[in-house]
Design a protein around this ligand. Structure first.
Ligand code: MG
Length: 380
């Protein structure tokens, strides 16, 4: 979503106070999993995927992970990439769940970064995935408030592991190349804490901008000269610690120009996928055409963020367009996370204003979008 949100000071203060204690607790756990869950968080493998010739057989997920960690860490299958397909335990499949809203202090969405919410969407929505969208440079994000933002992410990641779900750690920025040093430090810390857990997916750049906004000549240059060099450096830092977990790379024009990325893919590492974002009321056949081009060029796609409404995050739900997109994702084995598990008063929010930060939501706690999205995730 391209919209930036306003800052609310009182909430920021409340959360800063409450999360100081939380942060110290979470870090002492250091990625430890309780592993009590009994349900497998495995991928739905019922897709009729078209998988074109997977020439780059890069699926050698040297599965050293999950063997030494004990607990429930082995209960999700390791993810690997082979050609244009993302594999779960070596089988084609896809996963689905909600994305949390920006984690930024004081924006309102951060209250849902709780272990109770994660457990609820597993139990009640049948979610196999949750995305922690850690705000970076925008007001109240990681750059200005690292401890609280990181603590929110850690709580969600630990809860996802405990509930045998996959979790995306998202560097939620439109300007990640300006914060490459911070990204490398952050993902190094995350890889050290969580690299052994097959649950964890690294999303290193949410939505890069387009040529006119970056001052580059065209969107090919945005990919070749800006995003790709950033990604290769961050990937190298992660891979120095974690050899195999999935890494997802943003693409030009708010993660829509996957076709451009596919013309010059990253070859420095295995298990790389590329970000495709859509908003159903704004983006339709022409964006699916870009996705098809990228798949034909043999890169794997992951929709780390999509909405039922317009790209602004607001407007009416477009159920018909959403359905067309979900059929496309099923056909091609594309995993996805819906924007956003939040109660802000806008069309994309899944929750009605005031919905509890502990889950246990009734039908009336869900918006029109939330009701539609819960149904999609439940039956994915
Ligand atoms: Mg690993």
């Amino acid at each position: 979503m391209q919209q930036v949100n306003t800052f609310s000071a009182p909430l920021a203060l409340i959360y800063r106070l409450s999360l100081i204690a939380l942060a110290s607790l979470a870090f002492s756990a250091c990625g430890g999993s309780s592993g009590e869950g009994s349900n497998s968080g495995g991928a739905n493998s019922s897709t009729s995927s078209s998988s074109s010739s997977s020439s780059s057989s890069s699926s050698s997920s040297s599965s050293s992970s999950s063997s030494s960690t004990g607990g429930g860490a082995a209960l999700v299958k390791p993810i690997s990439v082979s050609g244009n397909q993302i594999l779960f335990g070596g089988a084609v499949g896809s996963i689905a769940g909600p994305s949390l809203f920006w984690s930024n202090t004081g924006w309102g969405g951060e209250k849902y970064y709780t272990k109770e919410v994660v457990a609820w969407i597993k139990q009640n929505w049948n979610a196999t995935l949750v995305r922690a969208a850690m705000g970076v440079d925008a007001n109240g994000g990681y750059i200005s408030d690292p401890a609280n933002n990181k603590a929110r992410v850690v709580e969600v990641v630990d809860a996802a592991i405990a509930n045998n779900m996959y979790v995306i750690i998202d560097w939620h920025s439109h300007h990640a190349e300006d914060y490459q040093t911070e990204a490398i430090d952050f993902f190094t810390e995350m890889a050290n804490a969580y690299g052994e857990y097959d649950n964890v997916i690294y999303e290193i750049y949410n939505e890069p901008l387009n040529a006119s906004e970056t001052g580059l000549s065209n969107n090919t240059a945005v990919w070749n000269d800006l995003i790709k060099p950033y990604a290769e450096d961050v990937i190298a830092a992660i891979r120095a610690i974690d050899p195999d977990n999935l890494i997802i790379v943003g693409t030009p024009s708010w993660s829509q120009d996957v076709d451009i990325a596919s013309n010059n893919p990253i070859t420095s590492s295995i298990n790389i996928a590329y970000t495709l974002h859509f908003y159903a009321a704004s983006h339709k056949a022409s964006l699916r055409s870009k996705a098809s081009t990228a798949l034909d060029n043999n890169i794997a796609l992951f929709a780390t963020e999509w909405g039922t409404v317009t790209y602004t995050g607001d407007g009416d739900v477009d159920a018909s367009s959403t359905d067309t997109w979900m059929s496309f994702f099923k056909t091609h084995g594309i995993s996805h996370a819906n924007w956003a598990l939040n109660d802000k008063s806008e069309g994309a929010s899944a929750l009605a204003p005031g919905a509890s930060a502990s889950g246990n939501w009734s039908a009336s706690d869900l918006t029109e979008s939330g009701t539609l999205v819960k149904g999609i995730i439940e039956s994915w």
